[in-house]
Design a protein around this ligand. Structure first.
Ligand SMILES: Nc1ncnc2c1ncn2[C@@H]1O[C@H](COP(=O)(O)OP(=O)(O)O)[C@@H](O)[C@H]1O
Ligand SMILES: [Mg+2]
Length: 262
């Protein structure tokens, strides 16, 4: 099957820093791909190149066979690509509904306002945000803001959804919920998802395939089990403090198994 997204030999420098150094990876339609690596590895830069916020110095990004780097940056949404940001980027003074309408308008323009409103409300309901529609976004809890950003991305009906650390700053319960939400949106919208995450339990449980960056280079790719067992990945990343949930599950199980001990 041809890949829906194919990042080919992409390089991006910032001054003397090689944020991406000949990076290649591909995602098949319907896949959830994980993109992991230590802080500064180039994950967000990869998103910024794919969504055309930053130009690449060299390389190609094919989406459905077309080189995205050759088409105008403002066409990214109409190609069917949407994203959320590592640092939530919502309009604080606008209501939740108005924020999500930004995503609806990105697809429909300003024609058919009633339809855009209906779709925005439907998406809010789908993500259990309907009650907050008329509240200002500013001041809502961080986990809620992340979910509103997800609604804004989803309402543009993407084929490819890029999620940049969606679990960052969420509590345990919210991370569990997010896991369900990611699975549900893939199933309900036949989406392809690229997920940047430091929560290993989350990324390893939802990803079909995981790609690992370190200092701008791709050092590994494979199934979650293959990547977890890869010594180079453990050395560069999995053994480091950048990982959000180091073996929490194993610890929890040990504690549970301890009952009855004197
Ligand atoms: N706009 C920018 N200007 C200068 N340097 C940047 C910029 N964006 C990213 N970088 C640098 O590129 C490298 C990769 O950053 P980033 O892609 O944000 O990493 P990650 O998301 O994996 O933590 C880092 O060294 C970072 O400082
Ligand atoms: Mg980042």
């Amino acid at each position: 099957m041809p890949a829906l997204l194919s990042v080919e030999d992409v390089t991006r420098r910032f001054g003397g820093i090689l944020a991406l150094d000949g990076v290649s990876f591909a995602l098949e339609e319907g896949q959830i791909g994980g993109l992991i690596g230590p802080n500064g590895a180039g994950k967000t830069t990869a998103f910024n190149v794919i969504t055309r916020l930053y130009p690449a110095d060299s390389g190609r990004v094919l989406f459905d066979g077309e080189n995205l780097l050759r088409s105008p940056a403002h066409k990214v949404v109409s190609h069917g690509i949407a994203r959320t940001f590592q640092n939530v980027a919502l309009f604080a003074h606008m209501t939740v509904l108005e924020n999500v309408l930004v995503g609806a308008h990105a697809r429909t323009g300003f024609r058919g306002e009633a339809k855009a409103q209906a779709e925005a409300l439907e998406t809010l309901a789908y993500l259990d945000l309907a009650e907050l529609a008329h509240r200002a976004a500013g001041g809502l809890p961080f986990g809620t803001l992340k979910r509103i950003e997800l609604a804004r991305a989803l309402v543009s009906r993407p084929r490819l959804l890029l999620l940049d650390e969606p679990a960052g700053g969420l509590n345990h319960e919210e991370v569990d919920e997010l896991q369900g939400v990611i699975r549900r949106i893939r199933a309900d919208h036949s989406l392809t998802v690229l997920l940047v995450e430091h929560h290993m339990n989350l990324v390893m449980s939802v990803s079909d395939r995981v790609h690992v960056l370190n200092f701008g280079r791709k050092i590994a790719e494979g199934t979650p089990a293959e990547v977890r067992a890869n010594p180079e990945v453990i050395e560069a990343y999995l053994g480091s403090d950048d990982v959000a949930e180091p073996e929490t599950t194993a610890l929890a199980l040990e504690v549970e198994g301890d009952d009855g001990a004197p």
